[in-house]
Design a protein around this ligand. Sequence first.
Ligand SMILES: [Zn+2]
Length: 195
Amino acid sequence: MSAPKVHVLVDGYSVLEGDGKSMRANCTCSVVEGPPHIIVDTMTAWDAEKVLQGLSSLGLQPEDISYAVATHGHCDHVGNLNLFQAATHVVGTCVSRRDVFTLHDFDSGGTVFPLFHVLQSRQTMQQSVAPVANPALLPWFVTPLRPSAEPYKLSEFVDVIATPGHTSEDVSVRVRSRHQGLVIIAGTACGTVAV
Ligand SMILES: [Zn+2]
């Protein structure tokens, strides 16, 4: 099995609207070209054509995808999971295929996300939400270290790890890639964690 390559199919964005009451946002959609082929964050339900066109540009069809990962369960990350009927679905720390759910205790990424980075992230998030929330209510930004926890392995080169984010179950995809070195597809952790 050769090392994978990471492709960004569509760039994400997040912009507060002028009235301050709504936000225009969508995730970055990425593909890890394997095998196994992996799609990470499938955008909103209105973006199926973009996802399909992006896959096609890589010579891939939905049935070629073995894992469809959503870094967390928000609408812009899970909108097109139904395109990937041949894949195992990973939504945050929930792993399933059809109606069978795999019980897996995710870890926080070991050496890639050492504790001080997680703590740094927590501090950043506290500062950013301080005007609207009590930082004491945000303990989920530090993933506890548990003896039984481990990354969820997708291949020899790719695994899924629990990381800070804006839900209690965010994950990131860690890829030891061909030509690109170590790549972390970080979802909402990307603005807060230095790696
Ligand atoms: Zn979100």
